[in-house]
Write a protein that binds this ligand. Structure first.
Ligand code: MN
Length: 416
């Protein structure tokens, strides 16, 4: 599919993340309250104002979250997207009216795009699961016996999800080294990132759903950084899985790229190494060809790109994960966020966490500044980026960034 040209000239640049083909949804604040918008070139378009002029039905765009719009359903999603595509296209009759509703993107602050109903994080990257398993259990038993049959996940904390730009404070927790008898209470010394994508559930479920139905329920995708304290995780994770290690923060990109914008980039999950049960089989390609990268910038210094990979490295799609999530009868809700799991490629520089990049801290990474890293230092800024590259255009998500703040002072009552 070629570039759809817009009368908003900046949207037609081949490297603009926000061409007319994208139209991602977000929530902005220009000092007059938070409202829903789409991005087009260097601008945001205030959706409430446009709907107020009867350009398309108002689905709750003057709210500070996309939940009402998502709740309105796929018919309204399609109508709104079709209307916006026409209104913003080159040759549109609405140029003069809409020009008043465009606000330069650098003059607004992006907020959390939706209220996170619940947050589940999966473990669907085969290379990631293999690398982590190799470090913890050796290469023979790297993949747990269930891994090729079931999308493994855990229930995370919706309250901890933050939008790009929010600082992340290094957590305190129980830490225990391999030779320690007892745990200590200390700031995490192995604070890490996880490069993931997040799928946002836009329609509710009551009971079992097929993978095809699950795909239709997904409103769109964001970039997601599942901040992880590896030392806290190592001590707490058996037998019930991650808990405080992953409850500090999860950062998402400010823009939700609708599924419709990603259609041209659909690609299949890899060949199955073991046949899947019928309920998990996919009726068509359910992943997307999206280039991903991670940048690390020490405080006040230039950034080094430490990893480059692609969403196509996942073994299970978000649609499969959602279908699996609902098998128990677990009700899925509008605003549920599903993290894909860390996306690592096969190559060493395609790994999506510092745990893998530094091989458990044994092989420090050298940054372009000359500094080395095993895990994150205070003041480090982590930026995730995603790009689907079309014919003369790029679909972007905006930066998914966060800076690590030093751990808080320990309260007196917690001291030795
Ligand atoms: Mn994760």
């Amino acid at each position: 599919m070629p570039l759809h040209r817009s009368w908003v000239e900046s949207a037609n640049a081949p490297d603009s993340p926000f061409p007319l083909n994208n139209l991602p949804y977000g929530v902005f604040d220009d000092g007059y309250g938070a409202r829903c918008c789409v991005a087009i070139g260097d601008f945001v378009l205030d959706l409430g104002s446009a709907a107020g002029r009867s350009m398309f039905p108002d689905a709750g765009f003057n709210k500070d979250a996309l939940n009402d719009f998502m709740n309105a359903g796929p018919g309204i999603w399609r109508r709104t997207r079709n209307a916006l595509t026409g209104l913003l296209a080159e040759g549109s009759q609405a140029t003069a009216t809409l020009a008043d509703m465009l606000i330069p993107r650098d003059r607004v602050r992006m907020r959390m795009p939706f209220r996170v109903a619940e947050y589940t994080d999966f473990y669907a990257g085969r290379n990631h699961a293999f690398n982590v398993g190799t470090m913890f259990r050796g290469p023979e038993n790297a993949l747990p016996p269930n891994w090729l049959s079931i999308p493994i996940g855990y229930n995370g904390r919706a309250s901890s999800v933050v939008v790009s730009g929010t600082a992340v404070t290094r957590p305190w927790g129980q830490l225990k080294g391999p030779d320690d008898d007892l745990p200590r209470f200390a700031p995490s010394a192995r604070f890490d990132l996880e490069l993931e994508m997040g799928a946002i559930v836009g329609q509710p479920s009551h009971g079992m759903i097929s993978v095809a139905q699950a795909d239709e329920m997904i409103f769109g995708y964001v970039l997601l950084n599942d901040w992880s304290a590896r030392d806290i995780q190592a001590w707490e994770y058996q037998p019930l899985g991650p808990f405080q290690a992953k409850a500090t923060a999860t950062t998402i990109s400010p823009w939700v790229v609708p599924r419709a914008a990603l259609e041209p980039f659909r690609t299949s999950t890899p060949a199955r190494e073991r046949p899947l049960l019928p309920y998990l089989q996919e009726p068509g390609p359910m992943l997307y060809n999206i280039d991903l990268e991670v940048g690390l910038a020490p405080k006040g210094k230039a950034e080094t790109v430490i990893s480059r990979t692609n969403m196509n490295q996942l073994y299970y799609s978000s649609a499969q994960q959602l279908a699996h999530h609902a098998t128990s009868g677990c009700p899925m809700r509008v605003g549920d966020l599903l993290g894909t799991g860390t996306i690592s490629g096969e190559a060493k520089d395609a790994r999506g966490s510092l745990l893998e990049l530094s091989w458990g801290g044994k092989e420090p990474l050298t940054l372009d500044t000359g500094e080395t890293r095993t895990f994150l230092e205070d003041g480090d800024t982590l930026t995730l980026r995603g790009m689907a590259r079309g014919d003369g255009y790029t679909i972007g998500f905006g930066d998914c960034a966060g800076t690590v703040r030093p751990a808080v002072e320990l309260p007196d009552w917690a001291r030795e």
